[in-house]
Design a binder for this molecule. Structure first.
Ligand SMILES: [Zn+2]
Length: 178
């Protein structure tokens, strides 16, 4: 029974894991090294940290999980934040490929409410709530309200807010047509 449940978990999560494997190959081309830890593939190291530095600050991350694959900047960092990422692995096991749209929908919903799309995301709140990992370890940013609001003003978020305001403006003008 236990074995069957395990097979089901891996099968249900496999589309997300497959995507993680694609990113793993790219990460390994950049020098990252793979390790199997507790049935999860962890890929980290190489030039990932310097590549991450090129990304806009709002798009940066210390680690990201796709099914049973975790990609991180380096293995020592992954040891510190593994508990958080394992909560995401359990979330993938619960939701399968639905995790992607649900995660995005939660971020979008929080953004629409004027809250933080990452820290207030329901999946992140569960991961932070169940572990002692703090957001500074994952984002390298302050989690204070000032830091959060500064991040809200990042170009990417401002762009999203602009598009939302454009969409709602056109909706209003459409409704006001005679
Ligand atoms: Zn997380």
């Amino acid at each position: 029974m236990r074995r069957l449940e395990l097979i089901f978990r891996y099968a249900w999560t496999s589309p997300a894991t497959a995507l993680g494997l694609v990113f793993s190959v790219l990460a390994m081309l950049a020098g990252a090294r793979p390790r199997m830890v507790n049935g999860v593939l962890e890929v980290a190291g190489g030039h990932l940290r310097s590549l991450m530095a090129v990304l806009p600050r709002c798009a940066g991350f210390a680690a990201i999980t796709f099914g049973h694959v975790i990609i991180g900047l380096d293995h020592s960092l992954l040891r510190c934040i593994r508990a958080h990422e394992l909560v995401h692995v359990r979330q993938y096991e619960r939701w399968g490929v639905l995790f992607f749209p649900l995660y995005l929908a939660s971020s979008f919903w929080q953004l629409m409410r004027g809250r933080h799309p990452y820290l207030d995301n329901v999946f992140e709140r569960e991961a932070y709530g169940k572990t002692s990992v703090r957001a500074e370890g994952l984002t390298g940013r302050s989690t204070g309200r000032a830091g959060m609001w500064r991040q809200l003003q990042s170009p990417l978020v401002r762009c999203a807010r602009y598009l939302i305001s454009l969409a709602s403006a056109s909706l209003v003008s459409y409704r006001s047509l005679p």
